[in-house]
Design a protein around this ligand. Sequence first.
Ligand code: HEC
Ligand code: HEC
Ligand code: HEC
Ligand code: HEC
Ligand code: HEC
Ligand code: HEC
Length: 361
Amino acid sequence: MIRLKYYIFLPIIITVVAVFSVEIPAVITGTCSNCHTMHNSQNGEAVVSYVYGSETTDAKNYLLVGTCLGCHAQDGFSMVAKVNGVDTPQVYHKDATGDLAGGNFAYILGTKGSGASDAKGHNVIDFGNTEDTLSSPPGHHDPDGIGINITCAGIAGCHGVRKSGGGIYGNHHRNVDGRLTTADQAYNSYRFLTGVKGLEDADWEKTKSVSDHNEYFGAITPMTYSGNCNICHNPQGIKPANNTMSGFCGTCHRYFHVTDEIGGTSSPFTRHPTDVVLPGSGEYSGYNGGGNPYSLVARVARTAVPAVPGDTAYPGTDVVMCLSCHAAHATDNADMMRWNYKSTTLSTAISGCNICHTAKN
Ligand code: HEC
Ligand code: HEC
Ligand code: HEC
Ligand code: HEC
Ligand code: HEC
Ligand code: HEC
């Protein structure tokens, strides 16, 4: 009987889930005092306690108990930490078991990994260590604009609304999780990256496998610039017109993405392409071995955001993206690579390239 009931209700459940799975809101729930303090005072003492490094415990904007880094960069031993009991993803930590999807800013400062290096990631100035080698984003259209002073959020940041006076405000409470196919506001975009579509893994890839991971959105041709400012500039701030992850990176690293600079949309290319299809023939058809299992190292992007993570890559359909080779925050490798391309051991250096370029060794 129990089984019978199950079978009767299953189609209904599936229908309900299918109808509502377009956008699953994970709006913040729980006691306001987990994250807010009304006066920053309790028994005469400051309540603000989630601060990074030398930040003070003075009262914070939006009456919060901590700063961005206080909540997200605790330098502890877990990649997802409890902040007043709330699971909070960490971007700076010493968890020996791994890192979340973006990587870990701790590699830049050397508090985790093989030693400090500015080349290991984006030197977000909030961490107090500015980039010493580069003076602007490589491949940028306006070297004296953004400079190297990138921040978590705002005009010179990646998350939230990227215009003067923009930022994260109003997004945590409206945050939509899961499959994000609208992406016209920060809160309904992938990880608050305004304009970017994708499928967010529920635990930010704390646990990951070939069938449990984020899915990235890609296109079959990169953006074309030809003087068209609107591929990045928009009344809502700077965002990629094509909604892809590579287009997003290209808003600051334009030359590495647009067709005008990479040599068009087909071979021969002049810069490694992104948002081009992995050919369905030749060496690419053997992507990552028989059956083309999805690789967590040389990841592919999808041209339609799937409802669930896929365990297979499809040469002929899926595309190469910036995050096929790089992580977004920082890794333990030079140039934020997902593998050690600078290694003097050839097999290590090409280990990621090989997953797509299966005939090169
Ligand atoms: C898990 C942490 C968390 C909890 C719990 C929480 N907030 Fe917030 N809230 C934030 C953060 C972070 C911000 C600032 C960043 C932003 O706006 O995205 C914020 C911003 C706000 C804002 C200004 C922006 C907006 O969206 O209106 C208001 C008002 C607010 N919270 C009220 C509340 C109330 C009322 C409660 C309890 C019912 C609550 N919050 C519970 C984290 C939290
Ligand atoms: C009071 C603690 C707190 C503060 C302060 C705070 N956050 Fe968060 N943040 C959270 C929590 C908790 C989550 C997870 C909530 C969820 O998944 O819905 C989160 C989620 C996020 C996410 C991931 C959203 C997603 O789609 O999964 C981003 C990006 C983010 N925060 C950026 C920021 C930035 C940038 C700031 C500073 C401007 C900031 N946060 C300040 C607690 C905080
Ligand atoms: C808001 C602008 C901005 C965006 C968006 C952006 N970057 Fe950057 N990137 C910079 C700046 C500024 C630098 C140079 C300063 C630094 O490395 O800290 C840089 C440096 C880099 C470097 C070289 C690191 C080094 O120190 O040698 C790589 C690799 C990189 N970015 C990849 C990416 C990828 C991949 C994305 C998309 C996930 C991306 N960037 C998105 C601004 C940006
Ligand atoms: C590839 C993406 C991209 C394109 C295309 C682009 N911009 Fe920008 N632009 C940016 C980014 C990112 C910033 C913010 C950081 C900075 O100041 O460099 C910016 C900043 C600016 C600023 C400084 C004011 C501000 O909002 O910070 C001006 C002015 C500007 N752009 C004008 C233009 C014009 C005019 C064009 C077309 C000829 C253009 N941009 C094309 C990405 C782009
Ligand atoms: C096929 C792998 C691959 C892809 C895809 C890729 N990169 Fe890179 N990137 C590298 C490697 C390897 C380096 C190290 C320098 C080199 O060998 O040219 C690098 C270096 C960089 C640098 C540093 C350049 C400097 O002057 O120091 C930036 C910035 C960068 N990449 C951004 C991007 C962005 C943005 C995208 C997507 C539009 C992207 N990369 C796509 C492999 C890749
Ligand atoms: C996620 C898959 C992927 C990864 C990883 C990857 N590539 Fe590629 N690469 C491609 C695709 C797709 C093309 C374009 C093929 C085409 O359309 O002919 C390409 C093009 C190239 C080209 C230009 C070929 C031409 O005909 O102009 C070179 C060279 C190259 N890749 C080298 C590398 C190196 C070196 C690495 C490692 C740092 C690497 N690739 C990693 C997918 C990948």
